[in-house]
Design a protein. Structure first.
Length: 396
């Protein structure tokens, strides 16, 4: 347990973390990987290069400091991160090493001595928080469908659009696949020729449970972020096997008589369509609306499935940024508050949001503008982020 003096010391670092948190976490990752390059088999290299992972960790440290008096408040955050940790193979033995390098980074970048009260207080706090993660992840490992990475065989490969391809997989050992919750994902370990380290990526399961297969629908990305998606598109075929971890994730649809609205940005449709299909079977009378924002018809994926899904009382609206024809879609241009007012039900609804981070920041801001409360917005990031800030309006 933390002493009151330690808690006060940690709270006093909140302004420092706001200003220098990313500097500390960037230094942490740099020194950790320099001394332990084997961890690059686990961590996403692109998120390191772009700064996404250091920013996410800095945000986590800030949240821990803010809530140090009541760490139970970070329960939802712990749950979401623990799912990601379990899916990529983070184990209890990793935590002491991470703590050692994190405290060293704080010490070096904040110009503190080893025995400074700030370092001692954060060392104690890290121990408490690490124990919470370790215990949470232990339960997740015990409940997972299998331990570590298991070979899944591609049984069908289907092009969905000019950018998106679906891969249908079954267990290579012939055993039945364990069930999953709609909205969850699996982690794929890519062993790419010419690459020094393996790459792990999470892909949402894009079909409903109980089909006898898992399906992932992967967008071909450009630049460094596309190394795995391009490998999947170009080098993985029917009969190929993919090492994958068991389904993970807490972005799942909640059973309710309240209307549900699903807002997808591009390939963000993948976890949502799983939710939509399952809900249509489980609660057919529950009114549901899909608002799918896409760049153009050529790149849009799974639109035939969403169109088939949209039978009364369910509705589907396609927002096309760059329409080929004036009649394309139900709305044209980028998503606006006026579009949301037009498409969403009049009564309060639970909103499920998924897509690129900038799209979701914008969509969250628009939902706030039209009066949707934060507690009704449920979301999933494609990346290491864990929190939306609706006030942050960005171009997407």
């Amino acid at each position: 347990m933390l002493t009151e003096a330690q808690k006060e010391t940690i709270k006093a670092t909140i302004p420092v973390l706001e200003e220098h948190g990313t500097t500390v976490t960037t230094h942490f990752y740099n020194t950790l990987f320099e001394d332990h390059p084997e961890l690059l088999h686990v961590f996403n290299h692109v998120h390191q290069k772009t700064g996404m992972q250091p920013r996410a960790l800095a945000h986590s440290l800030y949240q821990a400091a803010v809530h140090i008096d009541r760490l139970e408040a970070i329960g939802p955050f712990v749950e979401r991160v623990a799912h990601k940790h379990r899916s990529i193979g983070v184990r209890a033995e990793h935590y002491p090493l991470v703590g050692e390098y994190l405290l060293r980074a704080m010490q070096e970048k904040l110009n503190l001595e080893k025995d400074h009260p700030v370092i001692e207080a954060w060392g104690a706090a890290y121990g408490v928080i690490a124990d919470i993660f370790i215990e949470t992840e232990k339960k997740m490992y015990e409940a997972a469908g299998w331990d570590g990475f298991e070979e899944l065989e591609v049984v069908t490969k289907r092009q969905e659009s000019s950018e998106i391809t679906s891969f249908y997989v079954k267990r290579a050992n012939g055993k039945p696949l364990p069930p999953f919750e709609p909205g969850q994902y699996i982690s794929i370990m890519a062993q790419i020729s010419g690459e020094q380290y393996t790459h792990i990526r999470q892909y949402s399961l894009s079909d409903q449970p109980d089909t006898g297969y898992y399906r992932i629908s992967v967008k071909r990305e450009s630049g460094p972020d596309g190394i795995v998606s391009n490998w999947l598109h170009d080098s993985v075929h029917v009969g190929s096997t993919l090492p994958a971890s068991a389904p993970a994730g807490d972005f799942t649809v909640k059973s309710s008589h309240t209307p549900a609205v699903f807002i997808a940005g591009g390939v963000g449709i993948t976890p949502l369509i799983s939710m939509m299909k399952q809900q249509k079977e489980a609660e057919p009378e529950r009114p549901m609306t899909l608002i799918h924002a896409v760049r153009d018809r050529r790149t849009a994926g799974l639109t035939a499935e969403t169109k088939d899904w949209a039978t009364a009382p369910h509705k589907r609206f396609l927002v096309i940024e760059h329409p080929a024809h004036s009649e394309d879609g139900d709305a044209q241009g980028r998503l606006t508050a006026a579009m949301l007012r037009r498409f969403m039900p009049e009564q309060p609804a639970d909103v499920y949001l998924c897509g690129p981070e900038a799209f979701m920041q914008t969509a969250a801001g628009l939902l706030s503008q039209i009066g949707v409360s934060d507690d009704r917005i449920h979301y999933e990031f494609f990346g290491p982020g864990t929190a939306l800030e609706p006030a942050m309006l960005e171009e997407y």
